[in-house]
Design a protein around this ligand. Structure first.
Ligand SMILES: [Zn+2]
Ligand SMILES: [Zn+2]
Length: 359
């Protein structure tokens, strides 16, 4: 894979006063923080630039503004749901629950009632073996949200990026110099927790309880991603598809968390996971400073909390197309566009309910 060489700094060396914020325990030379050159060019909509931003502690600093293209630079999207109960694992994606990764193949669909000990599960036509799939834009938008419309209960839910012009572009803001927090920051259910090196956002845990309560399976592809109308294609698990910057005797870098610290694969080349991770799934070493290691795919999460300050939701600035780190401001939402302000980001919200959401 080729790494993008981006002129992020417009030739200005970043030795200004904004770079004097705390850098954790490393001191002196800056080990921590995002390197724009690590991103794959195809995952971006343009160059990474520097903008002023405000962190959740009120501090104004410099952020990288990362224009993501909305589709992974290095792999295809899908497949997700099976079409018939005869489809095998190669034709379908995965489901994540209780620490396990399942192929969403025909056998999985047939076994749902038994696995979840609930006879209401019936995701296929018992006469024809056809699986009920949300295979149109209308049905995907009615089902790919926490309050699934009843008509789509007992469906395998998938959306195509084709409905959204091949990808939902967005702007991700990440502080140039991470600022450690005194106490870990909570991950909300709305904003991305970071971005992978291929331009795909790392999203908070999928609302599995709501999905299952509607007797739906919001299938992921084998890369741990799926599509919703607001965020487009996004990851819920690190299964090895992210672009990587390899390292010796350490897991490869796969992306950056929204607080600016790097996130690495769970394990190194020998399959060894660090045993000294904190509750956020981070630790420090001499060559990297503080950094995270992704959780295992079945855990439906990447990290446990934020070690550093993230960009403030309200005035993150830089615009954005929804579903990234920025909660949209009502004033910025074009009529008919989704507005993301109430924690229900998995659904297509409308101009009509935007004011309510953003108030
Ligand atoms: Zn999702
Ligand atoms: Zn490490």
């Amino acid at each position: 894979m080729s790494l993008a060489l981006l002129s992020a700094c417009n030739g200005t060396p970043a030795d200004d006063s904004a770079a004097e914020s705390e850098t954790g325990e490393t001191g002196g030379e800056q080990l921590e923080g995002l390197d724009p050159e690590n991103f794959l060019e195809g995952g971006l909509d343009g160059a990474i630039t520097e903008v002023q931003c405000t962190l959740s502690n009120g501090e104004t600093t410099t952020c990288y503004s990362i224009p993501i293209a909305g589709a992974p630079a290095n792999h295809d999207v899908g497949p997700f749901c099976p079409r018939t109960i005869d489809d095998g694992p190669e034709a379908v994606g995965i489901w994540l629950d209780s620490g396990e990764v399942f192929d969403v193949d025909g056998a999985f669909i047939v076994g749902l009632a038994e696995y979840y000990m609930d006879d209401v599960w019936q995701l296929y036509d018992p006469d024809t073996g056809e699986v009920y799939v949300t295979d149109s834009q209308d049905s995907c938008e009615a089902a790919a949200k926490p309050d699934v419309e009843e008509e789509y209960n007992n469906h395998c839910v998938e959306c195509s990026l084709d409905y959204y012009g091949g990808g939902v572009s967005d702007t991700v803001l990440i502080p140039q110099v991470p600022v450690a927090r005194e106490t870990p920051g909570e991950i909300d259910g709305v904003n991305s927790v970071g971005v992978a090196l291929n331009g795909v956002t790392l999203d908070p845990p999928a609302p599995v309880d709501a999905i299952l309560a509607a007797h739906t399976i919001a299938a992921f592809d084998d890369c741990g991603g799926h599509v919703n109308p607001v965020a487009g294609y996004h990851y819920h698990a690190a299964t090895g598809c992210h672009a990587e910057v390899p390292a010796e005797d350490h897991a490869p870098l796969i992306g950056y968390v929204s607080d600016g610290y790097g996130i690495y694969a769970m394990s190194d080349e020998y399959g060894v996971e660090p045993d000294d991770l904190d509750e956020c799934r981070g630790h420090s070493d001499e060559s990297r400073g503080y950094h995270y290691h992704a959780a295992s795919p079945g855990e439906n999460m990447f990290i446990g909390c934020f070690h550093g300050e993230v960009v403030d939701d309200g005035e993150g600035g830089g615009g954005g197309g929804g579903g990234g780190m920025d909660i949209l401001d009502c004033a910025d939402v074009p009529e008919g566009a989704p507005c993301c302000g109430d924690g229900l980001c998995d659904g297509a919200e409308t101009a009509a309910n935007c004011a309510e959401d953003c108030a």
